[in-house]
Design a protein around this ligand. Structure first.
Ligand SMILES: NC(=O)C1=CN([C@@H]2O[C@H](COP(=O)(O)OP(=O)(O)OC[C@H]3O[C@@H](n4cnc5c(N)ncnc54)[C@H](O)[C@@H]3O)[C@@H](O)[C@H]2O)[C@@H](O)CC1
Ligand SMILES: [K+]
Length: 543
């Protein structure tokens, strides 16, 4: 599904009006109605609501949407109130129009931070956050905006539901950054297409359950663009088909090359990831110094070698039989495996996924990778490895994952998967897909090795590198979510690998999905992902 930046959304808004004759007022009406549905689902019938629904609004269109929602709720009999943020600028025409309509219905705003705003907010039945939307420029907030957001968060802490319009106020829609404070919503209803910043850390953790409402944007307007995320039905469609009469020779033969003394487990985990995601055959290059550990995974074939003296010719003798290579997990710089990794990268013409040891080989010189590699390539660095590859501090990678992953893909000529709670997958042509599956239980040893194996399987079954990488990240995360339904910590990478078979096996026509999706009763709102951990849980702090 297409994901947009606020800038792209503004362009789409303009095109909806210019090219399709859909005026802004209609879009705003639909946006407001979608927010009202989300509020009604939380509140129940008007007769059950005795306290006010309070819309906290700024002077932009985001405030306009919130006021339209309020108008709908008032017309259904819910008690309502408005807190209007003051500003140097007069409210937009749309906000003035909606304020006027509400005034005629008997709802008059209180202006900004007067003596009553805290009482109103803290005694609300529900808050609608319409302070800032995609027009938020980031940076520091006015004192008034800050006070309103802090008051809303106090109310949220005391159990009052907050429904955010389009994006939680204070979250940067382009990056997901929160430079000061931001509203912690129970739900966020976003319009037309999800905003990139709404899906990225840390902004996504302020959103609560995300719902998307198409609000009547023509479908072809929503196609295209370079940013995307993979929805469950899209992932299921990408998954390579297994014909009824398939035999193991047709399901992909993966070679795993890597490991070093003390790190032979890495190659076993990659091999397990490959087998559990459906590879027909897996062969591991097994250095004799690794000992007997391979016996723990009897389904693999091992090719015993001595990395220190291994001649490329010895390996390349059987490479033509391989459909994909997983290269680099567990390789230590000082170990002889480096030469092997280098020759595989340079000489193996088939699809290859490179992890760990591969990045040290090209540290600070990603262009060398582009010139050495002949075949399709997927790289799977974590931020530290990406930093070494690009010659940057890890912190700069973490603060700009989108820019970093795009740069790495452009400079290496490879598909690059930057690991994180929100994994990014970039194509050298500029496309980037953000992965929305995963669970904190996945923060543990060996999880990345399993991912390398999964991607190798998908490459070996004929998927293009970009698809293999984003699909691998999706199902790896799904397996983690399933693992996370029964525990919060202490699960093993091999356990995650073993759950892949459940995740990847169609049940009732679609791949298994753990419970917890945001399914509104109303088809106008949908979003098929569970909410990530809220900021209070992940950062420990409260505003
Ligand atoms: N344009 C359209 O056709 C549609 C827009 N929609 C809504 O419009 C929103 C965007 O509306 P706008 O572009 O009017 O902008 P917003 O309503 O997001 O707010 C912009 C206002 O906030 C102020 N502002 C920005 N950064 C600030 C900061 N750091 N501190 C203090 N004030 C700051 C700006 O000066 C401006 O007055 C969307 O998020 C969505 O909710 C929807 O109504 C659907 C249709
Ligand atoms: K908002």
């Amino acid at each position: 599904m297409r994901v947009v930046t606020p800038e792209e959304m503004r362009e789409l808004d303009g095109r909806a009006t210019r090219e399709f004759g859909i005026p802004e007022e209609i879009l705003m009406e639909r946006a407001g109605m979608a927010v009202a549905i989300a509020c009604r689902e939380i509140l129940g019938a008007p007769a059950e609501v005795s306290r006010h629904i309070v819309a906290v609004v700024g002077g932009g269109h985001n405030g306009g949407d919130a006021l339209v929602a309020l108008r709908d709720l008032v017309s259904r009999g819910y008690p309502a109130a408005i807190v209007l943020m003051g500003s140097e600028k007069p409210p937009s025409q749309a906000v003035s129009r909606e304020l006027d309509r509400l005034a005629r219905m008997g709802v008059v705003p209180t202006q900004g931070v007067d003596s009553s705003f805290r009482h109103r907010i803290s005694h609300a039945a529900l808050l609608v956050d319409g302070l800032f939307g995609t027009g938020f420029r980031g940076g520091s907030l006015s004192r008034e905006a800050r006070e309103l957001i802090v008051a809303m968060n106090r109310a949220a802490d005391s159990g009052i539901p907050v429904v955010c319009v389009d994006i939680p106020s204070g979250v940067n829609g382009t990056t997901g950054a929160v430079s000061d404070v931001a509203v912690r919503g129970r739900r966020t209803v976003t319009f037309g297409a999800p905003k990139w910043g709404l899906l990225c850390d840390p902004g996504t953790r302020y959103a609560g359950d995300i719902y998307l409402s198409p609000i009547g944007f023509p479908r072809n307007l929503r196609d295209g663009g370079q940013l995307s995320c993979l929805l469950p039905h899209e992932a299921n469609e990408l998954l390579p088909v297994r014909p009824p009469a398939v035999h193991k020779g047709e399901a992909g033969h993966v070679l795993v090359a890597g490991g070093s003394p003390g790190k032979s487990g890495s190659v076993l985990l990659a091999a397990r990831g490959a087998l559990r995601s459906g590879a027909g055959l897996v062969t591991v290059l097994w250095d004799r110094s690794f000992g007997e550990a391979a016996a723990s995974l009897p389904e693999i074939m091992t090719f015993p070698v001595d990395f220190a003296t291994l001649s490329p010719r010895e390996v390349f003798r059987f490479l033509p039989r391989m459909d994909a290579v997983a290269c680099g997990p567990g390789v230590e710089e000082a170990f002889g495996g480096r030469a092997l990794v280098e020759s595989l990268l340079t000489d193996y013409p088939g699809p290859l996924v490179g992890d760990a040891g591969v990045f040290d080989l090209f540290a600070g010189n990603p262009e060398k990778m582009a010139s050495s590699r002949r075949g399709p390539l997927v790289l799977t660095p974590h931020p530290g490895e990406m930093g070494r590859l690009l010659g940057r501090e890890t912190a700069t990678i973490v603060s700009d994952p989108l820019g970093s992953v795009r740069e790495a893909a452009a400079r290496t000529g490879a598909v690059v998967l930057l690991k994180g709670a929100r994994t990014h997958v970039a194509h050298p042509d500029g496309r980037v897909s953000i992965n929305l599956t995963g669970d904190p239980v996945m923060a543990g040893a060996g999880m990345g090795d399993v991912l390398t194996g999964i991607i190798a399987t998908f490459l070996g079954q004929g998927l293009a590198p970009f698809d293999a990488a984003r699909l691998g990240a999706f199902f790896h995360g799904r397996a983690g979510e399933l693992l996370g339904t029964t525990s919060t910590r202490g699960r093993l990478a091999s356990e995650l690998a073993d759950l892949l078979t459940v995740i990847l096996s169609p049940v009732g026509g679609t791949a298994h999905q753990p419970p917890g999706f945001n399914r509104s009763q109303d088809p106008a709102l949908f979003w098929p992902f569970p909410a990530p951990c809220p900021p209070s849980a992940s950062f420990g702090g409260r505003q």
